[in-house]
Design a binder for this molecule. Sequence first.
Ligand code: GTP
Length: 240
Amino acid sequence: EQLKGAVTFEHVSFRYPGMSSYVLKDISFHVRPGETVAILGSTGAGKSSILQLIPRLYDPTEGAVYVDGMNLKDIKMDDLRKRIGFTPQESILFSGTVEENLAWGKSDASLSEMKAAAKDAQIHETITDLKDGYETKLGQKGINLSGGQKQRLSVARALIRKPNILILDDSTSALDLQTESKVLDAIDEYKCTLFIVTQKLSTAKRADKIMLIDDGKIIEEGTHDQLMNTSALYREIAYS
Ligand code: GTP
């Protein structure tokens, strides 16, 4: 039971199907239940590739990934979907109402569950200000949301499932510091394990673990204070 939310990578190497070069090279780490992990690194470093292995969008080429203490290969996909909330880099919203888009996270969610998640993701007020509120149509036949609004809606969709593990792949990049901090404060209350790709120092600071990724490898790992002391590269990022 105390492994709920644990994530372990054991010597994981990965190349995309049909490609000859490895994008992840011998990645190992252990994340304890409830920890927040900030993932930093330049574009193409492999951050998204690491995160995609957790909900099993791909399987590692070598090595193994464990979630809740179990090898991913031994967890049924349906079951895995319940444990993990994943918001990809590009928010995926479809032409439908706000409510329908939120319910994609959990088809039997009640309106009050949706509202609670939307409040936590700091998007509830935006929704209630829309002409038809939660019934407002999005996409081609409806209104277009801004990048940051789409991101918050995607986060709400992931929260509805009350996941043990939440993965935000650059899904808060369009939020201002204050809004992001409110969203993260609310996520703290879910007591889930959080992986967050970020470029914001304020987000890295609150993480239990920061992983600096470069060229498919973890090159530095530690808290903000530790890395400020030990990593010239991290200091460079921090001061930039
Ligand atoms: P940003 O999202 O730009 O910040 O980069 P990232 O750190 O998330 O890197 P990512 O994991 O997306 O990419 C690592 C490497 O894998 C890069 O060389 C990409 O070109 C490559 N890559 C990413 N997605 C795919 C894919 O779907 N197919 C293939 N063949 N290569 C991919």
